[in-house]
Design a protein around this ligand. Sequence first.
Ligand code: FAD
Length: 265
Amino acid sequence: MKVLLVFAHPEPCSLNGALRDVAVRELEAQGHEVRVSDLYAQGWKSEVDRADFPSLAPDARLIPVAASKAAFEAKTLTEDVKAEIEKLLWADVLILQFPLWWFAMPAILKGWVDRVFAYGFAYGVGEHSDKRWGDRYGEGTLMGKRAMLIVTAGGWEEHYAVRGVNGPIDDLLFPINHGVLYYPGYEVLPPFVAYRVDRLDEAGFEATAERLRERMRTIATTPPIPYRRQNGGDYLIPSMQLRPGLGDPDAAGFALHMNGKVTAG
Ligand code: FAD
């Protein structure tokens, strides 16, 4: 398979840098073709602004959604964004790798999503009517491809457990897994998360690396998180509410949107 790894750490000699090399080596050993977008090394511009839409008239009001739609349709998005879109279309698998910073992805990676996931490409796709709310959440441009996160965290695994003070890791990552990856159609694999990494010793590193190698070996076969498809009949249109009677009656929030259970690996 073709794999795109988007890497968001400023230091090549970091733990994340070492784990990226472990992942790439194992994927290549399995016969996969790998490309890496190293966002800091590329000097990735993270903010959306007028410079993203060179064909917008200088006196026109910048409406980001409308400008994104027009630029995608007219093929006038900037070259850096077009290159990332081309890589996403090339790849069968997308991996986003980052250290957890303030319970979220680093700003540079969020900026990659904001700029690359253009209207008409990652959202605003498909029929939008009283019968159908577009192709999203399981359908869309990137349908048929797989995606997963590789995340490192300073906090302990227990702190991210169901009753942990940080909140469950699956909930914290839901906006990325469901909102960013499942939305444009990816099948999303359970994330790889390494906890308590700030004082990792050699033995801890080797155990983490081996766990990661195993995830890379099974990247083509690991069952995805069983999110419910928006257009699969589970949701009412146009309210987009889960149909009464569906889901565990005790479940609330994010868990309702999964048809089964899965946890971080
Ligand atoms: P590094 O600092 O590069 O390395 C960590 C340790 O791994 C090193 O000290 C070393 O012992 C070992 N190591 C590194 N490379 C190797 C190697 N090649 N071989 C063997 N051992 C190695 N954590 C949370 O849990 N939640 C948060 O919300 C959160 N917010 C943060 C916000 C900010 C702004 C920052 C800076 C940190 C935050 N953290 C948080 C902690 C953060 O998640 C970790 O610092 C990060 O995941 C560590 O990854 P790294 O690649 O930067 O590690």
